[in-house]
Design a protein around this ligand. Structure first.
Ligand code: ZN
Ligand code: ZN
Length: 380
């Protein structure tokens, strides 16, 4: 079997989405460019000013309304190629909204739009369909997308392995005397060399910058005797990677980590292990956050861990489910999400350790395997 999502799987997804539509009494899904379109038919269309809209009615054949000039690109995607949707091209001088209303009829009923459908299109659709009700498609699609199938898990695992090797390779090389931006370029090159199609983010934070969870790689020079936080990822065959490791760079002088850094690294490592160990079907996402946070609070660093424990991952690097206080939804096998506690000491340094983890039938499995213990590299 070739790698990737099969047309049969897209057919199954469309079928399940329609069942969910019908059972809730909704009329149709209206899906613009974005991850929902990719999940339903495998078409990674680019967003632009011309309307591309997948219309999936509760009954009747799905249709993809798209600019005439995008037909070739769409036909290269598995769903359209397999004939799962009828293609309805609109010409450059035509009004695409009229194509949508012609397809839907004088609807009535509730129409569910994708999160990222442009407001400019939505307002025109609403004006053209004044009798319709409007909701987000997330309510129907998110519960389906949150449970990864076997092909998706294989893709996420492969992306995670590539991210592991990227971090390991970076930490084996020279770091001292280079700027964060220069190391970030190497992150991008290595992710691509490991088979990613795109690098999407490259947090490279040396010394005090590691205390800022979303630091942008800067022109600051990495020095001996400071930590280096790497939080990197990209996409491979549509699916995302995302890993964080915080190492110590000791340099030619071999300046090892101070006791305070060793301590917070050990706390975060223990919290991250506790978060992973709590993963199993039937527990809440909030309870995972709690399991990790308890370790950090008990060590006296509660206020220094000021973000949620994690986020779902799939076609988007941040997607449902969120691993956060208040999310009482229960884990089911196939959920895949990050476990990424951190402790940040403003002005000094910070530590974060992040793996992507899936919920199995009986527990959790980390998709990332790179060393989680404190790695000290000379970086010369
Ligand atoms: Zn993450
Ligand atoms: Zn990350």
């Amino acid at each position: 079997m070739s790698e990737g999502i099969t047309a049969a799987r897209y057919e199954e997804r469309i079928g399940r989405a329609r069942e969910a539509l019908a059972s809730a009494g909704h009329a149709a899904l209206l899906i613009g460019v974005g991850p929902e379109l990719e999940w339903l038919i495998g078409y990674p269309a680019r967003g632009h000013e011309r309307l591309t809209l997948l219309v999936i009615p509760a009954s009747g054949r799905p249709a993809l309304i798209l600019p005439r000039l995008e037909v070739g690109a769409a036909m290269a995607a598995p769903g359209p190629a397999a004939g799962l949707v009828e293609l309805i091209p609109w010409q450059e001088t035509e009004d695409p909204i009229a194509r949508v209303t012609a397809r839907l009829g004088p609807a009535g009923g509730r129409l569910l739009v994708s999160d990222a459908l442009k407001a400019a299109f939505l307002l025109r659709l609403q004006a053209a369909l004044p009798a319709a009700g409007w909701l987000l498609a997330t309510g129907v699609l998110s519960p389906l997308r949150q449970v990864k199938d076997a092909e998706e898990l294989a893709l996420l695992r492969a992306a995670a392995g590539a991210a592991d090797r990227t971090v390991e390779g970076l930490l084996r090389g020279r770091l001292v005397g280079r700027t964060e931006a220069d190391v970030a370029r190497e992150v991008r090159d290595r992710l691509i060399a490991e088979g990613h199609d795109t690098a999407e983010f490259w947090i490279v934070a040396g010394g005090p910058a590691s205390a800022s969870p979303h630091h942008d790689a800067s022109e600051r020079v990495i020095r001996a005797g400071e930590p280096l936080l790497l939080d990197i990822g990209g996409r491979r065959l549509g699916y995302c990677s995302d890993i964080t490791r915080t190492a110590w760079v000791s340099g030619a002088e071999d300046v090892g980590p101070d006791d305070a850094f060793r301590r917070i690294h050990a706390i975060v490592q223990e919290a991250q292990a506790a978060g992973r160990a709590a993963v199993r079907p039937g527990v809440s996402f909030a309870s995972l956050d709690r399991a990790a946070r308890d370790v950090i609070e008990a060590a006296g660093h509660g206020p220094d861990f000021f973000h949620r424990l994690g986020h779902g991952i799939g076609l988007e690097v941040h997607e449902d489910p969120y691993v956060v206080e208040g999310n009482e939804a229960l884990l089911v096998p196939g959920n895949t999400f990050s476990v990424e506690p951190g402790v940040y000491l403003e002005g000094r340094y910070g530590v974060r350790i992040e793996d992507q983890v899936r919920c199995t039938e009986s527990g959790g499995e980390s998709l990332n395997q790179a060393e989680r213990g404190l790695v000290v590299v000379r970086g010369i």
